[in-house]
Design a protein around this ligand. Structure first.
Ligand code: GTP
Ligand code: GTP
Ligand code: MG
Ligand code: MG
Lengths: 278, 290
């Protein structure tokens, strides 16, 4: 992308621009570029290709966490709680993850804990029909925690392998809604000690630096076990996850690359990093 | 915030009687960093900082005025200038038929905003048209939103071309004494040629008075490319910035204003249908500066 050639301050600025435009943010970008500049001054890097290589390696390392695979074989069943701010793709991702587990012969059940938004339960039910899985729902505006409780009860009765709880979108700045989602998690834990085994925060890759604050607040509230980065089929690079990873060490489990049920991939640090430079 | 960050750099300007290339270098850098952290697009940031530099160089430091405060005042004024003058509501009049298309990326808040605008103008008998035939239960969502807003809706299921549904919705609006037609469309990537072409066809068929681009206020660097493509393809007439009730700095607003120059008409400040306000350029400028 930068051709090959002599290294100079202008070339460094080109890399800085690339990282900033990928939403990596000022702090991460400056740190990476300072490291490159130091390596250049120390004679470690001589060409543009050296710089690009070092940058890719550093970012990829940044995104590679020794992570244990998703907790799927819990007994009697695994519980996954889906959280995140409004419109990021929680409901769609819930369907995608369900389909993925079905291919591994896992019996799944879904819980519609968004009891507020227009058409939210209908949306999850539609996915449920397409995937032929039960969707547990409550009454309109019912306390989502009680719907979650009902979900655990039904899952025990029907001997499922995996229970996925879809929640309403909420801004991390809405204190009452953050309390609501904490309550959902507590009620689930009370109904099934150890649950939720996975709490996945869904993040929209088009989001800028605010994603860091979102992740911090959700993590503090729920102790996240993973992230899902969606809409990477678009032009956004999702670079903000480098900062999130650095500050919070939450593993990225999956990426969303489209609106269909198969548009989910395991997170691959190398591919993600390559895409930053594409 | 920016004034705190500028404190030490600006204190160096005290006692100087002229702002020069050298003594404002650090201050300009602080502005650059503040805007980048606020998610303003990099190219827009560079343009902005250069324009500040031009304006500031050679400026006499007014006697008795703190050069730091003068600098910040200039930055703030320049931002407000770009944000636009106080915005106009969409031009809805009883007796006419004002046609609006709502467009944007997936999940930005189009359907909810359609309801909010309809509720605001409910006394001119709006008609909401469900043209998202792709997203599961999208039609359901729009019908429910219409009911909650106390307005009429039109849908034709999910087996028809959205342009056909839009045309039929238009006929219904003309026949039914509606003065506002709001067409809710499916979210789409600006690089999805087929879906962008669908919007172009819809525009051709409906001849809308307004095409509103609905953008999430926490959008990062990509806001420029998204806005530019939607504008180039359709001719956007206005922008709605959503989820402003969060704490994102909202730099996308500056990027979009600079790139397509269209007015930001409204901001979404909540999930309920009364969560809509007219855009306030002053408040947005202060928010972006942090
Ligand atoms: N292109 C693309 N669109 C996506 C992806 N994931 C979700 N979407 C779309 O994003 C929009 C929002 O998805 P939802 O699943 O409703 O998001 P949500 O987080 O459940 O939204 P709320 O419940 O309202 O907070 C829909 O139009 C989805 O089709 C993705 O990976 N790529
Ligand atoms: N807090 C807050 N939430 C909002 C605002 N506007 C929309 N939302 C929420 O954002 C989510 C997405 O809104 P939708 O109206 O479904 O978005 P959309 O653009 O129609 O989505 P697609 O049709 O899938 O592209 C929902 O949870 C809304 O309640 C806002 O101004 N503030
Ligand atoms: Mg949802
Ligand atoms: Mg919609």
């Amino acid at each position: 992308v930068f051709g090959d050639g002599k290294l100079d301050e202008d070339k460094l600025e080109e890399f800085e621009d690339l990282l900033l435009q990928g939403d990596l943010g000022v702090e991460v970008t400056m740190e990476l570029v300072d490291h490159l500049r130091q390596g250049w001054k120390d004679g470690k890097y001589k060409t543009v290709a050296d710089i690009q290589e070092s940058l890719k390696t550093k970012i990829q390392e940044e995104l590679t966490l020794k992570i244990s695979p998703l907790n799927l074989s819990e007994s009697p069943f695994a519980v996954i709680l889906m959280v995140g701010i409004n419109g990021v793709g929680k409901t769609t991702t819930t369907a995608k993850i369900t389909s993925l587990f079905q291919k591994l012969d896992k019996k799944c059940m879904l819980v519609a804990c968004d009891t507020f938004r227009a058409g939210a339960v209908k949306q999850l039910e539609t996915w449920g029909e397409r995937l032929d899985v039960t969707v547990v729902k409550g009454k309109e505006n019912e306390d989502p925690a009680s719907v979650a409780f009902e979900g655990i009860k039904r899952a025990k009765q029907e001997k499922v392998d995996i229970l996925i709880i879809d929640t309403a979108g909420r801004l991390h700045t809405q204190v009452n809604l953050m309390e609501e989602v904490k309550k959902i998690s507590r009620v689930v834990e009370k109904a099934l000690p150890g649950a939720p085994h996975e709490t996945l925060m869904v993040i929209d890759s088009t989001t800028g630096q605010n994603a860091i604050e979102q992740a911090k607040v959700f993590n503090e509230a729920l102790d996240l076990s993973g992230l899902v980065v969606t809409k990477l089929d678009g032009t956004a690079k999702g670079g903000v996850v480098v900062a999130i990873h650095r500050q919070l060490q939450i593993p990225i489990r999956f990426i969303g690359v489209g609106e269909q049920v198969n548009d989910l991939q395991n997170f691959n640090p190398e591919e993600f990093t390559e895409a930053l430079f594409a | 915030n920016l004034s705190d960050r500028l404190q030490s750099t600006i204190s160096k300007l005290r006692g100087t009687d002229k702002l020069t290339d050298d003594n404002i270098k650090e201050a300009l850098r602080e502005v650059k960093l503040a805007l980048l952290e606020a998610d303003v697009n990099l190219l827009i940031v560079k343009e902005f900082v250069n324009s500040i530099k031009k304006e500031v160089l050679g400026a006499e430091v007014e006697k008795g005025l703190d050069p730091g405060k003068q600098f910040i005042k200039l930055v703030h004024e320049k931002l407000v200038e770009i944000m636009g003058t106080n915005p106009e509501d969409i031009n809805v009049k009883k007796g006419g038929l004002h046609k609006v298309m709502m467009v944007g990326l997936q999940g930005s808040g189009k359907t909810t905003t359609t309801g909010k605008i309809a509720k605001k103008f409910q006394d001119v008998n709006p008609l909401l048209v469900a043209c998202d035939v792709y997203r599961p239960a999208a039609v359901d969502q729009l019908l429910t939103v219409a009911k909650r807003a106390g307005v009429t809706s039109f849908e034709k299921g999910t087996d028809h071309d959205p342009v056909t549904i839009a045309k039929e919705g238009l006929e219904k609006a003309k026949a039914g004494n509606h003065s506002l037609l709001m067409i809710d469309t499916a979210g789409r990537l600006q690089i999805d040629e087929k879906l962008m072409e669908e919007l172009a066809r819809m525009k051709e068929a409906i001849r809308p008075d307004d095409i509103l681009l609905v953008i999430d206020s926490m959008t990062g660097q990509e806001a420029v490319r998204v806005a530019k493509t939607f504008d180039d393809t359709l001719g956007i007439t206005g922008v709605v910035l959503t989820k402003v009730d969060g704490d994102a700095r909202g730099g996308a607003a500056l990027s979009i204003r600079k790139t397509i120059g269209k007015p930001i008409k409204y901001i979404g400040i909540g999930e309920k249908l009364d969560g809509l306000e007219l855009f306030d350029p002053e408040r947005m400028a202060s928010r972006i500066l942090g």
